[in-house]
Structures are given as structure tokens and as C-alpha cells.
Design a binder for this molecule. Structure first.
Ligand SMILES: NC(=O)c1ccc[n+]([C@@H]2O[C@H](COP(=O)([O-])OP(=O)(O)OC[C@H]3O[C@@H](n4cnc5c(N)ncnc54)[C@H](OP(=O)(O)O)[C@@H]3O)[C@@H](O)[C@H]2O)c1
Length: 233
């Protein structure tokens, strides 16, 4: 897809990766609508990007997510891409996981992105893109991160079926599976403390690769640990 002039809804824009994606998309000429949970940080970013429309919503509120899509579609006169960069993490042994925390993990990381995509699909132009941030743990479930890994594996599996079912519409469904990036996400964990994590991957390199994947209609941003590089497939 062509990013210059594309109409893009960015969810999780108040986050570090979502914010960086929004900035890079705007710099590449996309027309944005932003959503995130924290209204003050959302409006600050929106103002910084020249006063783009921004609507705060909690990802567990499906009605609010639908309203965000309606607002974005009305403000932009349609939609060419949806970028979902919201997410939460929790740590600890699987046997000890708290039910409420596990529920929130699945609600935010798995169910909310699915709902948002479903709401956006009728509005998305053919040839457009859906970008979902899952994680490297979708393919490599990690100790002390069983539930987080499961939320991302579920999202990734769902995305792979969605991609096949939407083939007739030429929609790019880009599943982004980043390795660890130092965004502070682990310090905002819903529960537990992180295990020893590898050095964080370069944030801007990840953002640039995602934009490249959108342009080229790729299906996955993965990480090659041997080469220490992101790979577009
Ligand atoms: N950082 C990494 O190492 C890494 C690696 C692989 C995958 N990822 C994935 O990349 C995505 C972005 O992560 P990040 O590192 O940028 O984390 P981040 O800075 O903590 O951003 C998380 C985003 O999710 C939003 N969010 C959390 N709970 C929400 C809720 N209930 N309703 C609405 N929004 C909610 C936050 O909104 P507020 O701030 O407004 O509350 C924020 O915009 C996540 O899906 C994460 O799992 C990250």
C-alpha cells in the first residue's frame, strides 16, 4: 500500500511503539486518527502531530471500539489501514497465575484487537492493511510468560486465518512479532516481575520495518535471533 495520503487508525497510540508508529506514519504522509486509553497523553500526541483527531477508549469496551472506528471513518472519509499497538504483559509461573489478570491479558491482547479489526473491516479499502502487534513469544512461548505468550499466539493464529479468508480483498494482514524492545512495557506489568530479558532491539528499526512491511504487503515481521535482525516475510 501507499502510505503517503493513507487514512490510518492507530490504536495504542499512547504507548511507546504505538506513538512511534504514529509519528513515523505521519512523517511518511499518512492521515491519522489516534486512539489509546490515557486521554491526556493521547491529546498531547495528537496536538504534537498537528491536531489530528484522537478518541480515548478502553480496549475492553467493545462498544467504545466500534465508536472509535466510526469516528475515524467519518473524520478521514474512509479507512485504508488499522494499526493495533495496544497490549499488556504479566509475569510469573503458569500454575500461580491470577484469574483476573489472565482475563485482562486476553481481553486487551487478544479479544480487543479482534473486535477492533472486525469493526474496521467493512470500512477498510481493498488493498489496505491491518497491522497487529503480537510478539516473538507467539512462536516461542517463554517461561514466566505463559499467559502473555498464549494471548499473542492466539492473536497470531487468528490473524493467519483472517489473512487467508480476506485474500479476495488484497488486504495486507501484517503480524508483527517483535523481540524485546526497551519501551518500559515490562515495568507496567499487570503482575509479577520480568525474567532476565535480552538486550532490547532498536525501536526505530522495528517501526521502519513495519512501515516497509505495509508498503510491500508482507504478512509477518519476525526476528532472526542468530542474525540479530528483523525479517520481513
Ligand atoms: N516492548 C516490547 O518488548 C514488545 C515486544 C513484543 C511485542 N510487544 C507488543 O507491542 C505492543 C506495544 O507495546 P509497547 O512496548 O509500546 O507498550 P506500552 O508502551 O506499554 O503501550 C501499551 C499500549 O497499550 C495500551 N493499553 C493497555 N491496556 C489498555 C486498555 N485496557 N485499553 C486501551 N489501551 C490499553 C496503552 O494505553 P495507555 O498507555 O493509554 O494506558 C498503550 O497505548 C503490545 O501489544 C506489546 O505486547 C512489545
Amino acid at each position: 500500500m501507499e502510505i503517503q495520503g493513507a487514512r490510518v487508525l492507530v490504536s495504542g497510540a499512547t504507548g511507546v511503539l504505538g506513538g512511534a508508529l504514529a509519528r513515523s506514519l505521519a512523517a511518511a504522509g499518512a492521515r491519522l486518527v489516534l486512539t489509546g486509553r490515557d486521554d491526556a497523553r493521547l491529546q498531547a500526541l495528537a496536538a504534537d502531530l498537528g491536531g489530528v483527531p484522537a478518541v480515548a477508549a478502553d480496549a475492553v469496551d467493545v462498544t467504545a471500539l466500534r465508536a472509535v472506528v466510526d469516528t475515524a471513518t467519518a473524520a478521514l472519509g474512509g479507512l485504508d489501514a488499522l494499526v493495533v499497538a495496544s497490549g499488556v504483559v504479566a509475569f510469573g509461573p503458569a500454575a500461580d497465575a491470577d484469574d483476573a489478570v489472565t482475563e485482562e491479558l486476553f481481553a486487551v491482547n487478544t479479544l480487543a484487537p479482534m473486535s477492533l479489526v472486525r469493526a474496521a473491516l467493512p470500512q477498510l479499502s481493498d488493498g489496505g492493511a491491518v497491522v497487529l502487534l503480537s510478539a516473538i513469544v507467539a512462536d516461542a512461548p517463554t517461561l514466566q510468560m505463559a499467559e502473555y505468550s498464549a494471548t499473542k499466539a492466539a492473536l497470531s493464529a487468528w490473524a493467519s486465518v483472517l489473512r487467508r479468508e480476506l485474500r479476495g480483498r488484497s488486504l495486507t494482514v501484517l503480524d508483527v512479532k517483535p523481540p524485546h524492545v526497551d519501551t518500559g512495557l515490562v515495568d507496567r506489568a499487570l503482575a509479577g516481575s520480568p525474567p532476565r530479558l535480552p538486550e532490547g532491539h532498536d525501536q526505530q528499526a522495528l517501526v521502519d520495518t513495519i512501515l516497509e512491511g505495509m508498503r510491500a504487503g508482507k504478512r509477518e515481521v519476525a526476528y532472526d535471533p542468530k542474525a540479530g535482525e528483523l525479517v520481513l516475510r
